[in-house]
Design a protein. Structure first.
Length: 110
C-alpha cells in the first residue's frame, strides 16, 4: 500500500463558492477523486512538502479530546469530523478529516 501524502487544494462548490483546504491521499488521482466525491470541482491540487513532525503532545491531546467526545455519546465519525474542524494544525485537520471520510465510506482499517 502506498504511503499517504498531504495535498493542498482549491475548489469550487456546486454553488460556485471557492473553498480551500488540505487532505491526505496516496496520489494525485486519489486526492482528485476524494474532492469530486465531496461535490467539489478542483481548481488546484498540489502536494505539500513533508516537513511536518508528529509531536507526541499533539497525539496525546487529540486522543484525550477524542475520548471525551466518545464518552459524551458522539459517534466516532462525528467526533473525528469535529476534531478535524477545530484542530489548529493543517496536517492534523487533513488527517482527521481523511480518517472520518474513510470511516463514513466504510473503508477497512487495515
Amino acid at each position: 500500500m502506498a504511503a499517504n501524502q498531504l495535498w493542498r487544494w482549491r475548489a469550487l462548490t456546486k454553488e460556485g463558492e471557492l473553498r480551500s483546504g488540505t487532505l491526505w491521499a496516496t496520489d494525485r488521482t486519489a486526492a482528485f477523486t476524494r474532492l469530486m466525491r465531496s461535490d467539489l470541482h478542483p481548481l488546484a491540487l498540489t502536494r505539500c512538502a513533508q516537513r511536518h513532525r508528529w509531536r507526541p503532545h499533539h497525539c496525546c491531546e487529540m486522543f484525550r479530546q477524542l475520548a471525551t467526545l466518545l464518552q459524551a455519546g458522539l459517534t466516532l465519525s462525528h467526533s473525528l469530523q469535529m476534531l478535524a474542524e477545530q484542530h489548529p494544525l493543517k496536517p492534523w485537520q487533513a488527517l482527521l478529516q481523511s480518517i472520518a471520510d474513510e470511516l463514513s465510506e466504510g473503508s477497512p482499517f487495515f
